[in-house]
Design a protein around this ligand. Sequence first.
Ligand code: PMP
Length: 417
Amino acid sequence: MLVTNNAARGPETGRNLDPWYSSYADRTKGLAASEVRALFAVASRPEVVSLAGGSPFVKALPEELIDSAFRSMMREHGPEALQYGGGQGIPQIREQILDIMALEGITDASADDIVTTTGSQHGLDIVSKLFLNPGDVVLAESPSYVGAIGTFRAYEADTVHVEMDEHGLIPSALEETLHRLRSECRVVKFLYTIPNFNNPAGSMMTAERRHEILEVCRREHLLIVEDNPYGLLYYDEQPPHAIRSLDSENVVYLGSFSKILSPGVRVGYVLAPHAIREKMILAVESSILSPSTFNQWLVNEYLKQADWKAQVAAYRDIYRERRDALDAALREHFPQFVWEKPNGGFFIWLQLPEQLDAKQMLPRAVKELVAYTPGTAFYADGRGQHAMRLAFCTETPERLATGVRRLATVINGELDL
Ligand code: PMP
């Protein structure tokens, strides 16, 4: 048994470095540092223009808004905020989350349908914990969020990508992939989708596609996990209503305060059908007892006191300007390359000519003081070598222009221009 475990856990070198090597659970073989995480150290050096991480521009959040929320939280709810809470989250914030979800077209939920989480990533972890056995399959867009792929892998499940086009996931591709996997006796547990401003592709699923994808999933009895952290950060037209607004029984919906307020507060939420929700609360309790009451009360007071919609609009203005700056710089330096200008979110997905490998090129880029995320991070199957994700959320328009100029030096050097 010991031998099997070790074999499953990869290279023999681990044994020499870690005295507990042979004690780890089998599932730890799925735990690997993401390419994005490895980049954080490099990209956070001030001289490096970071197009790599997806850190929101929290400096745009006026300090006094948080200060005042904090003071009134301590004044009015101090003892509760400092105390343990329930696994479902405090009822007050769940009431307020209803107003946020209504902006995405979800109007049939009640506060009791919501479970608050320690960010969407925690939501993904709970969903995975509830549904994924080793060897199960999750279907996802091509490309898809690196953090979700990592979580599914941590539960020893495989992510299989479904083709998409400029309208989002292709329903016939979803159906074909599902039938193929089932004919191979694979167990497909859910479809993971980011309909609004996919990370990394930046794409938005059209209203028609949302209906069609839902129809396929209903017909095939496939649960949808809809991850929507960017839905309110649109820069041109507002996106269509959430898939969850069309169906309350087949969709688990994940939301987050990370992008509309701050990722540091680590507050997110899940809206799920009744039976799933009850299991989710048990899963939360078994791992963390309750999400932070302190942070939930802080966000609750912020939502009560501040003009949070105006703050979201302020974020939108800042990110729109940055998106335009990155898009313009790319047009200036890479007119022959392919990308879609996103209508929201944080990222541009840049397709490279076949002879360029984004991962191989990265050390050279860092030497030129610019960092990006290679496309391979967003595929579970090794694809994405000829693509990179460029984040426009972190840097100023001027620095974005500098970053693209540096990138052009690297790329032109590789192409021998
Ligand atoms: N889903 C997607 C698509 C994301 O881009 C992110 C953050 N980058 C998350 C979930 C996790 O967000 P958080 O845990 O901060 O809510």
